[in-house]
Design a binder for this molecule. Structure first.
Ligand code: GUN
Ligand code: ZN
Length: 434
């Protein structure tokens, strides 16, 4: 195959370390007039245009953007495909919200055509918002995951998903059994895990909706295949936590339920964790597990304020999650806007570079994919965005007042949304053009 080499010239910014560990200045690289060189779907060089241009053949295809910023593709570490049609459901907190809105909406995925239609809308929405990798909950129906992976495979996206396992405390029309959940998950793993850029995540919904037998089989699956993911929810809502204590009185708290069934580990991502205690953060960190911080959802469902400084103290891996449809936006920029406010309400700050880290390299680390995605380092996959400084009249005017890249970045995260994403590239191919 002939070598395909292309270059993109614009301002370029990416995270290269966690500001909490290395300090803000060492956490990013910024090239005011930068060049990103792509060869066969991978990044081969990034740097100052003035340094790189002389090293390239004179006839190389260069796309030059004015008033634009190239960043890595964004990473959503927690989102629900079958909740696309119920974003913004009024008035309830978690447990009533699940029963009133979520379960009826997810039941529609029994219909394969519906699953395919929503998978298509969902993937378009991810790409419109600049999300190039997501860790995705399907519904209990295997066809929700088949529809998602089929659509993702066509675009060569790096995506992770799994079918919900749920064998109690949910309507009969939406439950599997311990055995069928195990067998259906296994069939999906055999079909999809490791195919192209796709990975499978074992997906018990949360402790209350799985019997001990089902949780044990989820743990067994993790042992049967290499590099499988595990995704579930934890300590999101106070009533939920009391319910888990009542259902598992023999266990020493919510996390201990998952720990007992061997669900913690380097590819395990626990959504929310709003009410985790110090010991639980320490245990999550010790096992290499990660937490998905879902600020729009935690505010919308009245769940509480995630304690990011506590997670940082324990060196716990944290990614950012939209949690659509508990969350109210597919945009990780808007999710960061809310994350900043969640920190403000706790008397803390969220620097724009920490925000960039959470949405890119931090998410990649939470998913153990930092050698492939999350930065623009040479040798990684060419998943990147072109953000438009003139996306709206207000953004355009406001950014003209910005004195440096820190302010520009912060304003992009405060005013930015899907309109800001001019182009999205995955594996070097254009997959969204605004
Ligand atoms: N806990 C169990 N299921 C869900 C869900 O679908 N969304 C949220 N936010 N929390 C959950
Ligand atoms: Zn969720």
């Amino acid at each position: 195959m002939p070598l395909t080499r292309k270059a993109y010239r614009a301002a370029i910014l990416h995270s290269i370390a966690d500001p909490a560990e290395e300090g803000i200045e060492a956490s990013y690289e910024y090239f005011a007039d930068g060049l990103l060189v792509i060869e066969n779907g991978q990044i081969s060089a990034v740097g100052h245009a003035g340094d790189l241009l002389p090293t390239l053949p004179a006839d190389i295809d260069i796309t030059h953007y004015q008033d634009a910023l190239i960043t890595p593709g964004l990473i959503d570490t927690h989102i629900h495909l079958p909740q696309t049609g119920m974003v913004g459901a009024y008035g309830e907190q978690l447990l009533d919200w699940l029963n009133t809105y979520t379960f009826p909406c997810e039941s529609q995925f029994a219909d394969k055509a519906h699953a395919e239609e929503v998978a298509d809308i969902f993937i378009k929405e991810l790409l419109r918002n600049g999300t190039t990798t997501a860790l995705v909950f399907g519904s209990v129906h295997p066809q929700s995951v088949n529809a998602f992976f089929e659509a993702a495979e066509k675009l060569d996206l790096r995506m992770i998903a799994g079918k919900v396992m749920m064998d109690r405390n949910a309507p009969d029309y939406l439950t599997d059994t311990a055995e069928s959940g195990y067998q259906q998950s296994k069939a999906l793993i055999e079909r999809w895990h490791g195919k192209g850029r796709l990975h499978y995540a074992v997906t018990p919904r949360f402790a209350p909706t799985s019997t001990p037998e089902q949780l044990a089989l989820a743990g067994q699956l993790l042992g049967e295949y290499p590099d499988l993911y595990l995704q579930t929810h934890i300590s999101e809502n106070k009533q939920e936590i009391e319910w888990v204590k009542a259902l598992f009185p023999e266990r020493n708290g919510y996390l201990d339920v998952y720990d007992h069934y061997k669900l913690l580990g380097e590819r395990s991502v626990f959504a929310h964790g709003v009410h985790l205690c110090d010991e639980e953060c320490a245990r999550l960190a010790e096992t290499g597990s990660a937490v998905a911080f879902c600020p729009t959802s935690n505010l919308f469902l009245g769940s509480g304020l995630f304690n990011l400084p506590m997670a940082e103290k324990h060196k716990l891996n944290v990614g950012l999650g939209t949690d659509v449809g508990g969350g109210t936006s597919f945009s990780l920029l808007q999710t960061l806007n809310e994350a900043y406010k969640v920190m403000q309400l706790q008397g803390a700050r969220l620097s724009p570079f920490k925000s960039l880290y959470l949405a890119t390299l931090g998410g990649a680390r939470a998913l153990r994919l930092e050698d492939k995605i999350g930065t623009l380092q040479p040798g990684t996959e060419a998943d990147f965005l072109v953000l438009d400084y003139n996306a709206t009249p207000l953004l355009s005017y406001r950014l003209k007042q910005a004195k440096d890249i820190a302010e520009t970045l912060f304003v992009l995260m405060t005013l930015g949304d899907d309109r800001t994403v001019m182009q999205t590239y995955a594996a070097g191919q254009l997959v969204h053009q605004r």
